[in-house]
Design a protein. Structure first.
Length: 195
């Protein structure tokens, strides 16, 4: 929980400026956040996606495990045909069948796939041709991880609890951009999670 203390102290140490000024960014007028569709039956997930969409969510993060992938995703896409979908497999998939799963997601208009394989299996992504961007989550904690992610991932998910605080998170974001981590489908180069 060191990152919580670090984030609480960081702006106070530099309190004469706003956080945006301190880190040298211009805040967007609108911030779009992903709302999560949790794992359930295909109908439950479709209903959840529909409810979130009707409440104004435009970006949905769909949590998936290794079961009923096609059924769940088809049900969700049918329920919310215009939503931007990203999928988080939470390291639950294996290299076998990954190409077909990526193609299914691309065919359903999914914008990005997050951490499909366990971090220790990242080598399977080396030179893996895939039709949608893949984002590292559990595989990326600090800048020291970036070298191993090249040629495997296009994006990184930066979480304050993984980096240890705002200073390393910002340094990781800067270095990731410098090393060419980028995105397709209009998603941010890097997205920052505060959980």
């Amino acid at each position: 929980m060191r990152w919580i203390v670090h984030c609480g102290i960081w702006p106070r140490e530099n309190s004469s400026k706003s956080l945006a000024d301190l880190i040298g960014i211009t805040l967007p007028e609108t911030v779009i956040t992903a709302q999560t569709v949790v794992i359930g039956t295909p109908d439950q997930m479709a209903n959840s996606a529909s409810t979130l969409w009707q409440a104004g969510a435009k970006l949905l993060k769909v949590k998936l495990d290794n079961h009923l992938i096609s059924e769940r995703m088809v049900a969700i896409r049918t329920a919310v045909p215009d939503a931007t979908l990203i999928v988080d497999a939470n390291e639950s998939w294996r290299a076998e069948g990954l190409a077909a799963r990526c193609q299914l997601l691309a065919d359903l208009g999914v914008a990005m796939l997050e951490q499909p394989l366990p971090a220790q299996d990242d080598a399977a992504l080396e030179n893996f041709i895939h039709p949608l961007p893949i984002c590292a989550d559990e595989s990326c904690h600090t800048r020291s991880n970036l070298k191993a992610l090249k040629g495997r991932y296009e994006m990184v998910n930066i979480k304050l609890d993984k980096t240890g605080g705002l200073t390393e998170a910002l340094a990781l974001a800067t270095e990731a951009r410098a090393q060419g981590f980028q995105s397709d489908a209009g998603l941010h180069v890097v997205y920052l999670s505060c959980h």
